[in-house]
Design a protein around this ligand. Structure first.
Ligand SMILES: [Zn+2]
Length: 296
């Protein structure tokens, strides 16, 4: 298990604490999308943040987070399941911006103005949706702001990705802490002090330290115990069937145009870059399906 997430709970059970290492999956995502160094850092932070947010959900629930900014990266979309699966992509994978303070400038790439939208599929009739303005474009702070602003849950989120000069991702991970109602102010203040005193989260994982060690650092001076570790990984939900549904949803006119102009169709999944090919005959069958009144 190279990438995994650790949950812990305070002995008074009112502060949720989670940390994860995501180096392997962020590197895999970088290879899939051919992202620039800064885009890799941005996507890696969002994937890690999405996983931590997903881990707060109940079994079978899922969420999507969408960052839309005024920078050259344009957007980041991440979807996470409660079981540790995540997938994501950025608007402009090759977008690059100059360093800021000798570091990759994630907020420069995403932009400091824009929106963070969180959509949760909790298994209810309608999905839950919350929207906040980006406060920094650094991803972690924006997710923490979303929780405090939209859900009124005081939270701290730290996310870090280290990208080598040759573009490979050599370290990635993060943590998420939430104070629940009834959390002791003394404990929360102690945590905030610990977070302030911590050296960079990226350095932490670069030194080869574990998520367990990260939690121990964050919670030094408070008592807690671990609830175990679970694997985290990239997993796409696309399939031939889902892509067919998308084509049918385009409608008859669009399908007819495809058949007449190209005689085939190629559809690439935005999340995993897998290509789906459709022959003329297959498209004609989909056209019939699109024409059925039940589908209209
Ligand atoms: Zn896919």
């Amino acid at each position: 298990m190279t990438d995994y997430l650790v949950r812990a709970i305070g002995d008074r059970a009112n502060v949720i604490r989670m940390a994860c290492v995501t180096t392997a999956l962020v590197e895999e995502a970088r290879k899939i999308h051919g992202t620039s160094r800064t885009a890799s850092a941005a996507l890696g932070r969002a994937l890690t943040g999405g996983l931590l947010m997903g881990a707060l959900l109940k079994k079978g629930q899922r969420l999507a987070i969408k960052f839309e900014g005024n920078g050259p990266l344009k957007k980041i979309i991440v979807e996470a399941d409660n079981d540790g699966a995540v997938r994501g992509f950025v608007g402009v994978p090759r977008a690059e911006v100059p360093f800021k303070d000798e570091k990759l400038n994630v907020s420069g790439a995403l932009g400091t103005e824009g929106l963070l939208t969180v959509i949760k599929d909790l298994g209810l009739k309608d999905p839950y949706q919350g929207v906040v303005h980006l406060i920094s474009g650094e991803i972690g702070e924006d997710i923490a702001f979303y929780y405090s602003e939209s859900e009124q849950i005081p939270s701290a989120v730290g996310l870090g990705v280290f990208v080598e000069p040759d573009g490979t991702v050599s370290a990635a991970g993060g943590f998420l802490i939430q104070a629940l109602p009834g959390a002791e102010a003394k404990v929360v203040n102690r945590l905030i002090d610990n977070i302030r005193n911590m050296s960079g989260i990226t350095d932490f994982f670069r030194e080869g330290k574990t998520p367990e060690a990260l939690l121990a650092d964050l919670f030094s001076g408070t008592t807690f115990h671990e609830l175990g570790r679970t694997p985290v990984f990239l997993r796409c939900r696309c399939s031939q069937e889902r892509v067919q549904k998308v084509l049918v949803a385009l409608g008859k006119a669009e399908l007819r145009k495809m058949i007449e102009e190209q005689g085939k169709a190629e559809v690439t999944c935005e999340f995993c870059r897998k290509r789906y090919d459709f022959t003329r005959e297959e498209l004609e069958n989909l056209l019939l399906e699109a024409g059925r009144p039940a589908e209209a």
